[in-house]
Design a protein around this ligand. Structure first.
Ligand SMILES: [Zn+2]
Ligand SMILES: [Zn+2]
Length: 281
């Protein structure tokens, strides 16, 4: 498996140890590091070109894009979504098989005309639009294990049966057009949560997606802002299961998109381990 890491330079605390914390991983022969050119950073590398406004407008309204510009976080939002889109593109161009995308602002609360909760653009949704238009890809699955409900992703794909969205969160069970909300308790043990996700594997298998996106938030880890009682190592176990599932159902095409979570020590501990899992030891 060839793994792409999509990275851009950003403000904030949680990813401050990166990219140095990827030492030992970047040296692996099957790992490729895609660094974003970023207007506020000297153009030493020029690997990841920002996505166009046209691509943003395939998912988001012109008004939403304008509002994001007004927040002053447009650049970070744009490159967060860009990483996911370029990861999907490079998977279809067969440069890589799977990917980890660093984001400053993650996806799932960004809808067609609204944004919130630290999400401005929905990178997975934009990537799906690109894969449809450019490569004729038909079926997609998104698994969301952030501690909060992915209202943006749900809204964007609500009427679209070709996108299977499985959102695991404390909100009640609800199902519509291959959008499924799977309820987990507010306090949950690792094994219990893993069993809940495993229980959805047959659904994903039956659907036969050509690619699996994982909206991975670690905010439900003990001590973080969405604390559900999960241990840090829960995420590594889940990553192993999902990688195995992607290998079986979507030819290994698998993109991890960083969503919620604020703690720097958790990011520094978990992200290298997750990349290790998807790239193989
Ligand atoms: Zn969250
Ligand atoms: Zn949900």
């Amino acid at each position: 498996m060839r793994t792409g890491i999509f990275y851009y330079y950003q403000k904030g605390e949680r990813l401050r140890d990166f990219p140095p914390a990827l030492e030992g991983i970047l040296e692996k022969e099957n790992v490729f590091f895609y660094d974003a050119f970023y207007p506020s950073k000297p153009p030493s590398t020029f690997e990841v070109e920002a996505i166009s406004f046209e691509m943003l407008y395939q998912v988001h309204s012109h008004e939403l894009v304008e509002e994001v510009i007004q927040t002053g976080n447009f650049e970070g939002a744009l490159f967060s979504a860009t990483g996911t889109v370029r990861a999907a593109e490079k998977i279809w161009l067969e440069e890589i098989d799977n990917a980890f995308v660093f984001t400053g602002y993650g996806d799932h609360h960004a809808g067609t005309i609204f944004f919130g909760g630290g999400c401005y653009f929905n990178g997975a949704a934009i990537a799906i639009g690109m894969l449809r238009k450019r490569f004729g890809v038909k079926k997609f699955a998104i698994l969301d294990t952030d501690a909060h409900h992915g209202d943006g992703t749900w809204e964007i794909f609500e009427e679209d049966p070709d996108v299977l969205y499985v959102c695991v969160c404390p909100e009640p069970y609800w199902e519509k057009n291959n959008k499924v909300n799977i309820q987990v308790p507010h306090r949950v043990m690792d094994e219990e949560y893993l069993a809940i996700v495993r229980n959805e594997f047959p659904r994903v298998r039956t659907f036969q997606p050509e690619i699996l996106f994982w909206n991975w938030g670690y905010d439900g880890t003990r001590g973080d802002y969405g604390d559900m009682g999960l241990t840090p190592d829960f995420h590594i176990l889940l990553a192993k299961e999902l990688k195995g599932m992607a290998n079986r159902i979507s030819r290994g095409r698998f993109i991890i998109v960083l969503c919620g979570g604020s703690k720097r020590d958790l990011a520094t501990y978990l992200i290298p381990k997750l990349i290790d899992v998807i790239s193989g030891k």
